[in-house]
Design a protein around this ligand. Structure first.
Ligand code: NAD
Ligand code: ZN
Length: 350
């Protein structure tokens, strides 16, 4: 779990005071910030002191192991080590910050640590400051990277942030469709967790609260207001906590295939898949379609048109590799329910 968290509008201004006590005077703090903030007001508010530096992260593509290794190598070469890494952005930047913090103290390539509990050394101090709500990356025990062989997280006890700063002011300015897709990631986390076979009282308590908050902002309210930003930020947190001790399900397993082969981003990929999962999540998909319509969102269609057998097989193999997700959704006999033929037919519909 994340041991320290502060919440509130304007709490970003406390960043300097919070990190200062963790400063080793010989080494700088490195801020990884989404490139979207370059030249914007938020850039000016990043509290740099001494040798501290901002590295802007281009989120056109989601984080890759190679990119993480490159940042780690250049930081090691320039400074030896750092006082800490602070991520300011969405899931892509938060995951990058976690991965760089781990890799500062781990040898080799980050791709060697994709999996469960492969990290042996504690990460350097790392702080997460989300600027868009939904993924739960601010609270989770993983950082998802695309590597040469797979898209998979570094899941370890050293992955969670040491400190999170939740400031609902920071989500201002997110484009409408993007905000919806990332918000729906949270909704889908809730449905997949709450209907899964791995569910337990711990996960359920967080999942129910997150779902209630998602429904409040997307179903029951007629307009989006400041309170909605606050509610969704907390929904993201609770949704992340819910899956931390259970698992996600079919939408995630299938969307990992889309993302691996076609580079489709996580939020929109989950929406493309979830839209087709009536058979497995009837109530959730019905409500999802209502929210899509109410918010006038277009879910991309026809993305698998014209793919070759080889490409379909590549997606199926990535998806089939996500065993715990399938098991959570469909039980131990999941392969009998979701045969490769059925999965192919599902991809063909998208
Ligand atoms: P993202 O981080 O890729 O950001 C999406 C877009 O929103 C980008 O274009 C970004 O520039 C923009 N943006 C972010 N904040 C903004 C702001 N305040 N104003 C204007 N624009 C802003 O999207 P995401 O959906 O948050 O994250 C997706 C990533 O998270 C994927 O890589 C996925 O694998 C990962 N993920 C991780 C976990 C986890 O537990 N670690 C869980 C789910 C998803
Ligand atoms: Zn997700």
């Amino acid at each position: 779990m994340v041991p320290r968290v502060i919440y509130g509008r304007g709490s970003f201004n406390q960043t300097s005071e919070i990190i200062e006590e963790k400063r080793n005077k010989e080494y700088p703090f490195i801020f990884l910030a989404d490139k979207v903030f370059e030249g914007k007001e938020l850039e000016k508010r990043i509290p740099l002191k001494r040798e501290d530096k901002v590295i802007f992260i281009d989120t056109t593509d989601e984080p890759k192991t190679k990119g993480i290794d490159t940042i780690r190598d250049s930081l090691k070469e320039e400074y030896g080590t750092v006082s800490g890494v602070i991520g300011i952005g969405g899931g892509s930047v938060l995951d990058s910050a976690k991965a760089v913090a781990i890799m500062m103290n781990s040898e080799g390539s980050s791709s060697q640590y994709q999996g469960w509990d492969l990290v042996k050394n504690p990460a350097v101090y790392h702080v997460g400051i989300p600027t868009i709500s939904g993924t739960g990356a601010e609270v989770s025990r993983t950082c998802i990277l695309t590597g040469p062989e797979r898209k998979l997280g570094i899941n370890s006890d050293f992955t969670p942030f040491d400190q999170v700063i939740l400031d609902p002011d920071l989500v201002k300015g997110v484009e409408k469709n993007q905000a919806f897709f990332t918000g729906m990631d949270c909704y889908i986390h809730c449905i997949e967790s709450l209907t899964g076979t791995y569910l337990n009282a711990f996960s359920k308590s967080y999942g129910e609260k997150a779902l209630e908050l998602c429904q409040k902002v997307y179903v029951h309210k007629s307009v989006w207001d400041e309170e909605s930003d606050e509610d969704l930020m907390m929904a993201s947190w609770h949704g992340g906590m819910s899956i931390a001790y259970s698992q996600v399900g079919i939408a995630h397993a299938v969307s990992y295939g889309l993302s691996y082969l076609l580079g489709i981003h996580h939020g929109v990929g989950n929406c493309i898949v979830f839209d087709r999962l009536e058979e497995y999540y009837p109530e959730g998909v019905k409500e999802f379609k209502y929210m899509v319509e109410k918010n006038q969102i277009e879910i991309p269609q026809g993305i698998c048109k014209g793919l070759t057998d080889e490409q379909f097989n590549a997606m199926i193999n990535v998806s089939y590799g996500m065993v715990p997700l399938w098991e959570n959704a469909l039980g131990k006999d999941w392969q009998k329910i979701m045969t490769k033929e059925k999965l192919r037919a599902l991809y063909e519909k998208m």
